[in-house]
Design a protein around this ligand. Structure first.
Ligand code: LRH
Length: 489
C-alpha cells in the first residue's frame, strides 16, 4: 500500500473543516488544514445557508493544502448535514440561497402532508423518522408558496451534491444523503414515486443516484486555477455526515450501538436490512442508507444543539469556554428538573435557556435559575433519553446492547461520556472525535482501491485512533430519575 493523501471537507451545522488524511501502511493520520464557522442566516424572517461562502471556504481549504502544506491530494470528498438541498435552473445556476432546515416554513407541513398521504403509509414507504424538516416536507411546503422557486428549477441537489456540482460541474445525488429526504424506498437507491408525487414535484427534478465510492468527476479548470491544485477526482463519499461518521466506528463484532454526538445525537445500530414495522413507526425510528448496503437504524435526538444554543445566549453577556460550562454543571445538583430534549419547542426557539425554563415551569418542576442548573438539566435529560432509546433498540432487535461507541465532537466531553455510561449501565467507548472526516477519508481510500471493505476501514480506524473506555458506575439513583423522565416524554 503506497502513501496516499485525501482531503475531506466536513460541514456541520455550526462549523466546517478541511482535513487532510494521510494513509500509509494501514495507518491514518489527520491534519486540520482549515476550519471555519457555519451558521444560518436570517433574511426577512426566513433561515438560509450561505452556500456561496461555504464553497469559498472549501476552495480556501484546498488552496491551503496545496500552497501551505505542499500536498496535492489524490482526491477530495464532501460530506454535510442531511435533508437540505439547492435548486438548479435549466441554465445551470443555483436558484437563490438554500433554506436551512430550521426555517419555520415547515412548522405545520407534516400535518398538512398527512392530508395527502397518511402517516402510516408515508412511513412504510420510506422507513424514515418523522421530522418536520425532512426534504419531503420542505418541498411540500415550498410547493404551496404562490411564487415557488420550484417553478423555475430543473434539478434538485442535496447540500454535498450541490458543492460537488460547484467543484465539478456534474449533477449527481449520492445515496446516503438522498436517503435523508424521506423520498427513497427503504434500503434502496430508488425514488419512491408515490412520495415524490405526494409532495408535488416531478421525478425528473431528482436525477440519478450514485453510491458512496463512485467518482463524481474531476475538479473544474477554473478551480484548479484558483487553488493551484491538479486535475483531481471528486469522490462521492458517504456524503451524509452521519453515514460517514458511522462508517468509521472503531467497532468489532458483538452487539454494539453508536452515538454520533454533535449538534444532533444520532443513536442506533447498523443493520443489514431496514427495520420498518408498526413498532418502529410508533417509536419513530429512522432507516437511513449506509455504506456497503447497510442501514442505520437510529433515532435523531436533539443533541448538543440544546447546550450550543444556551452558550450562544450566555456568550452575549460574557464569552464562556466549554470547560467553564462543564465546571458549572458539576456544581449543580442532579435531577432537580428534566426536559424532553425532543420537544418541538427546542427546535429553534431563539432563546434556549428561556425555552428550558418555560418547559420546566409548564411541567410543574423546579425552574433552573443558574447557567449550571440549566446545563445540568440538559445533560441529565440527554443521557436519560439515550437510556430510553437504547431500550427501544433492544426491544426491536431482541438483542442486548453490550457496548456504546460515542463518536464525533461530543465525545470530547468526558463528563458526558461518564454520565452516559452511568445512566445506561453500558460501557462507553469514546472516539474518534473526528469520526465524520475519517469516514469521509476512508471512503475516498476505498474508491481509489486502497482498502476493500467496511470492516477493513474499521480496523484501520481502531489502530489509528484508540478509543477510550468509560466503565459504568452506580453512583446515583438513575432508575428514579428515569421514571420521572418517562412521564415527560
Ligand atoms: C447531523 C444530521 C442528522 C440530520 C440532521 C439534519 O448533522 O445530518 O443526521 O438528521 O443533521
Amino acid at each position: 500500500m503506497s502513501k496516499k493523501h485525501f482531503l475531506a471537507f466536513d460541514l456541520g451545522a455550526s462549523s466546517g473543516r478541511a482535513i487532510l488524511g494521510t494513509l500509509e501502511k494501514g495507518n491514518l493520520e489527520l491534519q486540520e488544514i482549515h476550519r471555519f464557522k457555519n451558521q444560518m442566516i436570517r433574511i426577512h424572517g426566513s433561515y438560509y445557508w450561505n452556500i456561496y461562502s461555504l464553497f469559498d471556504e472549501l476552495k480556501t481549504g484546498l488552496k491551503k493544502c496545496v500552497n501551505e502544506y505542499k500536498i496535492q491530494p489524490d482526491s477530495i470528498g464532501i460530506d454535510t448535514w442531511g435533508v437540505d438541498y439547492s435548486l438548479v435552473s435549466a441554465s445551470g445556476q443555483l436558484v437563490g440561497l438554500p433554506f436551512a432546515y430550521r426555517d419555520h416554513r415547515t412548522d405545520h407541513a407534516m400535518e398538512e402532508f398527512f392530508g395527502v398521504m397518511p402517516k402510516e403509509e408515508t412511513y412504510l414507504l420510506s422507513g424514515i423518522q418523522f421530522m418536520q424538516f425532512n426534504t419531503l416536507f420542505q418541498l411540500f411546503a415550498s410547493n404551496k408558496e404562490s411564487h415557488s422557486r420550484l417553478n423555475i428549477a430543473k434539478s434538485l441537489l442535496f447540500t454535498p451534491d450541490t458543492l460537488n456540482y460547484l467543484f465539478t460541474g456534474v449533477k449527481k445525488n449520492e445515496y446516503t444523503i438522498a436517503s435523508t429526504s424521506q423520498m427513497l424506498k427503504p434500503g434502496k437507491a430508488e425514488w419512491e414515486e408515490k412520495l415524490v408525487k405526494a409532495c408535488g414535484i416531478s421525478k425528473e427534478l431528482l436525477g440519478t443516484i450514485v453510491q458512496p465510492g463512485e467518482v463524481i468527476g474531476t475538479i473544474l479548470a477554473e478551480i484548479q486555477e484558483d487553488t493551484g491544485s491538479a486535475e483531481i477526482p471528486c469522490i462521492a463519499v458517504a456524503s451524509h455526515d452521519t453515514a460517514s461518521a458511522i462508517a468509521s466506528v472503531p467497532a468489532e463484532d458483538g452487539n454494539w450501538a453508536y452515538l454520533s454526538s454533535g449538534t444532533w445525537s444520532l443513536l442506533g445500530i447498523e443493520s443489514p436490512t431496514p427495520l420498518v414495522s408498526e413498532e418502529t413507526l410508533r417509536m419513530n425510528f429512522t432507516n437511513e442508507g449506509g455504506v456497503d448496503g447497510t442501514t442505520r437504524f437510529l433515532k435523531n435526538i436533539m443533541g448538543m444543539w440544546l447546550i450550543q444554543e444556551c452558550k450562544r445566549i450566555w456568550d452575549e453577556e460574557k464569552e464562556m469556554d466549554w470547560q467553564e460550562i462543564v465546571d458549572l454543571t458539576c456544581e449543580a445538583e442532579h435531577f432537580k428538573c428534566l426536559i424532553n430534549p425532543d420537544d418541538p419547542v427546542f427546535l429553534n426557539p431563539g432563546n434556549m435557556p428561556k425555552a428550558i425554563q418555560e418547559f420546566c415551569a409548564r411541567t410543574g418542576q423546579v425552574v433552573p435559575q443558574t447557567k449550571g442548573e440549566v446545563a445540568r438539566c440538559i445533560y441529565d435529560s440527554l443521557v436519560l433519553k439515550y437510556k430510553y432509546t437504547i431500550h427501544q433498540v433492544e426491544s426491536v432487535t431482541g438483542n442486548k446492547i453490550e457496548k456504546l461507541h460515542i463518536i464525533g465532537g461530543g465525545a470530547r466531553n468526558e463528563m458526558l461520556n461518564q454520565l452516559t455510561a452511568d445512566a445506561t449501565g453500558i460501557p462507553v467507548w469514546a472516539g474518534p472525535t473526528e469520526a465524520t472526516a475519517i469516514g469521509n477519508l476512508m471512503i475516498q481510500a476505498k474508491a481509489l482501491g486502497e482498502v476493500s471493505s467496511l470492516s477493513e476501514i474499521r480496523t484501520i480506524v481502531k489502530r489509528s485512533f484508540e478509543p477510550q473506555e468509560y466503565v459504568p458506575a452506580a453512583n446515583l439513583d438513575w432508575e428514579a430519575a428515569y421514571e420521572k423522565f418517562l412521564k415527560l416524554t
